[in-house]
Design a protein around this ligand. Structure first.
Ligand code: LLP
Length: 415
């Protein structure tokens, strides 16, 4: 993870010692690096300079207002999937005409909110959604800009739970129905066709399936245009994988952008991308503290104060996150399963980790900037953690830790 370094045994993020952040804001606590987020976003934007493009950050990866605000100031677009994400982007200063709206289940209310805001485009995922959007737009007296998310039936070769481009998935319009769906969209009077999009999955480390999907989408775009329905933009989705462990190689942002630009050269399309994880994933860590070492002859457990409630990825996808101590005091090294306090056997953050730790020590769970806090829950009535943004030598709390009282503030007992 490039945002953090070890200096004299201590872990730092930019100009801030992470042990100090843990002491000041408590644990568990998410910490993000402003520089890392901005650098990753610029890697896309710089690689696409010279091509008409819009990088639409996938808000679902990390929707903290401070993260969205940084990206809005850089001129980013946003890919949203709910009315809640729309409200967040607008509150953070994102431009409505740079918002695209994805997702299979948009409600009428969400469509109305997005049309009132004046978003750039709806990524429509089914024929009934086209009809609903047309009706909502008609009632408002406007035309809704649409792109159709097509399912290219390409295997992203990633974890099945985060693979979306195969024909058995609920996502997108099946490749063989796409032309008919475009004809329907062109007939509906309150829709305006603007583009085509796809997204085949997440944490993709191999460029071949992405290239294959792009090829299939471009073929379809040409077939749509041949029927007199012009396509203005091609949206290649997100899905670029990051490095979670040393032996992995991240999908190179510059190489992928160069491949897309080369393939689009001479075409009439502008380009949209929807990266999430590649922008925030390696920019964040989850800080925690060792509560107990529970030693048994079969298994040795490090019980820490973070859990699957704060970071569900290991439990849900068997995802691997590196776990490191915040400082390097002189302690014996041993193998541990790092587990949380939640009452589930799957509440494991990492198995068989070689660590030199003792109760009270701080640890960091790395590469937790994407799909960490946004997927957290209050399971076991655990307040959600604080979030902190590091900016050079300062650490700013950008979301307060929830209080226990707030967890049941909306509940009541029977009279
Ligand atoms: N566009 C669409 C339509 C998506 O569904 C997604 C992610 C993205 C863009 C952004 O993908 P990214 O660049 O972040 O890979 N919770 C899972 C990942 C789920 C991804 C869902 N869709 C995880 O923790 O690995």
């Amino acid at each position: 993870m490039s945002a953090i370094r070890r200096i004299d045994g201590e872990l730092w993020m930019e100009g801030v010692r992470l042990a100090e952040v843990a002491a000041r804001f408590g644990t568990p606590c998410y910490v993000y690096s402003r520089a890392a987020i901005e650098t990753a976003w610029r890697a896309f934007d710089d690689a696409l300079a010279g091509t008409d493009h819009l990088v639409c950050y996938a808000v679902k990866a990390n929707s903290n207002l401070a993260v969205l605000g940084l990206l809005a100031r850089l001129g980013s677009g946003f890919d949203i999937v709910s009315g809640g994400e729309l409200a967040r982007v607008l509150a953070a200063g994102g431009r409505p005409d740079r918002i695209i709206f994805s997702g299979v289940g948009k409600s009428e209310e969400e469509m109305r909110a997005a049309l009132s805001a004046g978003i750039r485009c709806f990524n429509v995922e089914s024929e009934p959604e086209l009809e609903r959007l047309d009706a909502v737009a008609r009632a408002m007296g406007v035309r809704a800009p649409v792109s159709l998310r097509v399912n290219p039936d390409v295997d992203a070769r990633t974890h099945p739970y985060i693979s979306t481009g195969l024909k058995g998935n609920k996502f997108g319009i099946a490749h063989h129905r796409a032309l008919a769906a475009y004809e329907l969209a062109a007939r509906l009077p309150n829709l305006r066709v603007t583009g085509i999009d796809c997204h085949i999955g997440s944490q993709i480390l191999d460029m071949a399936p992405l290239e294959e999907a792009l090829e299939r989408v471009l073929e379809l775009a040409a077939a749509v245009a041949a029927r007199g329905i012009p396509i203005a933009h091609v949206d290649v989705g997100g899905g670029l994988g990051i490095r979670y462990r040393e032996e992995e190689t991240a999908l190179d942002i510059g190489r992928w952008c160069a491949a897309v630009v080369a393939r689009l050269a001479g075409s009439p399309y502008s380009l949209v991308l929807e990266p999430g994880r590649a922008i925030v994933g390696n920019a964040g860590v989850l800080l925690s503290r060792v509560e107990y070492l529970k030693l048994d002859k079969d298994r040795r457990f490090a019980i820490v104060d973070a859990s699957m409630s704060e970071l569900i990825r290991p439990a849900l996808y068997e995802a691997w996150h590196e776990i490191v101590p915040l400082a390097a005091p002189d302690r014996p090294e041993a193998l541990y399963d790092v587990v949380g306090p939640v009452c589930e056997s799957s509440d494991v953050l990492g198995t068989d980790r070689r660590l030199a730790i003792a109760p009270g020590d701080g640890i960091a769970i790395l590469s937790a900037g994407a799909y960490g806090m946004v997927m957290s829950s209050n399971y076991n009535s655990r307040p959600r953690p604080a979030e902190v943004m590091v900016d050079g030598a300062r650490a700013v709390q950008v979301r307060a830790r929830e209080t226990t009282g707030s967890l049941f503030a909306g509940e009541s007992t029977l009279d």
